[in-house]
Design a protein around this ligand. Structure first.
Ligand SMILES: *Cc1c(COP(=O)(O)O)cnc(C)c1O
Length: 383
């Protein structure tokens, strides 16, 4: 049996006609740059997460860079982030001439450890120059948003939420109220890369914010720093969400909650099978949840007993796609050697890089495929 890590083709038939119609309308209208489809997606996503404005841009990496620039981060500023994420989470900092400070992660959620963040805020030699925190809701699991709000209030620090993997994820506050990821930060960013939970058929990204100043600056930076045509108040970049991608995403956005529900069912099935096969001492897996605090963008397990790379090899031989998110932590990347981090500085993130493996997850993954995967995990780890 062949089970891919991700398969974008399986869902196409479920919306083919609607999507082709939407694409046809854009092309027939001739409005192919920043038209009504982009505006609709901006409005709908801002409303969905509970913020005032959305600004479509070319991809999730640009979204981070533009948002951080619009928040006023500049050369010599310090920004705290996680060492365990996709590269774009940190390159947005260094591309602005700012300096990243990495805080180690939580060993269960793999998210940035907010207690470590607080220690840095209190003790770092350059603590007065720390201007922002970039948390990532990794694999679709929400960082404690209430605690994050608390840090902002207490330290007067700006927050940029990297929500590339977490659209639709929530946090339940201690008073029982539910808020979405992307609603707490001064700004937050999404990616519509095809593999993401809301993925297009090409690149796309968005910045959301309730701060009118940040929103205004974001639009200017994304348009080459110009407010009037051919008059440039600052140096920006050209970064637009494509009208065709927006039309595609508007069709898929209606189905987002359904996709999230399907991912949750798959996470339950995995957990159930790990228990049935007595794999609990071998595998650390995400706790299945009935709420939306985890939207399972990736299904990442830790191999507690056994060798991760041997398991990966075995699964590949059996036709099962896997991946490693991430094989090298950000603080040990060759381009950041000058920052002076050493192996062992952030041991929890480093350990995760050696021990974790992403198993297939996407809404159309079938139960018999999940069974086949877990059976093969057992075959390699136990026998
Ligand atoms: C995908 C991703 C990005 C970048 O998005 P692109 O659209 O690929 O540029 C940024 N941060 C995280 C955590 C991501 O997973």
């Amino acid at each position: 049996m062949n089970v891919p890590l991700f398969d974008i083709t399986r869902q196409y038939n479920s919306f083919k006609e609607e999507m082709l119609n939407a694409i046809d309308q854009v092309i027939a209208s001739g409005q192919v740059i920043l038209g009504p489809e982009v505006r609709k997606l901006e409005t709908d996503i801002a409303y969905y997460v509970g913020v005032k404005e959305g600004i479509g841009v070319a991809n999730g990496s640009d979204a981070l860079y533009i948002a951080l620039d619009a928040m006023g981060i500049k050369e010599g500023d310090y920004v705290i982030t996680t060492p365990y994420s996709f590269f774009a989470t940190v390159s947005c900092i260094t591309r602005l001439g700012a300096i990243p400070i990495f805080a180690d992660i939580d060993p269960v959620t793999y998210n940035i450890d907010l207690n470590q963040v607080e220690l840095i805020m209190n003790n770092h030699p350059q603590k007065d120059k720390i201007k922002a925190i970039i948390p990532v809701h990794l694999f679709g699991q929400t960082v404690d948003l209430e605690k994050l709000e608390g840090l902002r209030t207490q330290y007067g620090i700006q927050i940029l939420e990297d929500c590339a993997q977490s659209i639709g994820s929530c946090w339940i506050k201690s008073d029982g109220s539910i808020i979405k990821s992307a609603s707490v930060g001064d700004a937050a960013t999404f990616s519509f890369y095809p593999t993401k939970n809301l993925g297009g058929y090409g690149d796309g990204g968005m910045i959301v914010t309730s701060n009118p100043e940040i929103a205004k600056k974001t639009r200017i930076i994304a348009k080459h720093g110009s407010t009037k045509k051919y008059i440039h108040e600052m140096v920006g970049i050209n970064s637009r969400l494509d009208e065709l991608q927006a039309a595609i995403l508007n069709v898929k956005f209606k189905r987002l909650q359904d996709y999230i529900e399907k991912r949750k069912v798959i996470a339950h099935q995995y957990a159930q099978l790990f228990k049935e096969y007595n794999l609990e001492e071998y595998i650390q897996y995400p706790e299945p949840k009935n709420d939306n605090t985890h939207v399972y963008h990736q299904y990442v397990v830790r191999i507690k007993k056994g060798n991760r790379d041997n398991l990966r090899q075995h699964l590949t031989e059996q036709g099962i796609g896997t991946s490693i998110y991430y094989p090298k932590p950000l603080h040990l990347q060759p381009c950041f050697e000058h920052l002076g981090y050493q192996e062992g500085d952030l041991p929890i993130a480093e350990k995760a890089c050696y021990e974790t493996l992403a198993l297939p997850i996407f809404p159309e993954l079938e139960e018999k495929e999940i069974e086949y995967i877990v059976k093969n995990v057992k075959q390699e780890l136990v026998f």
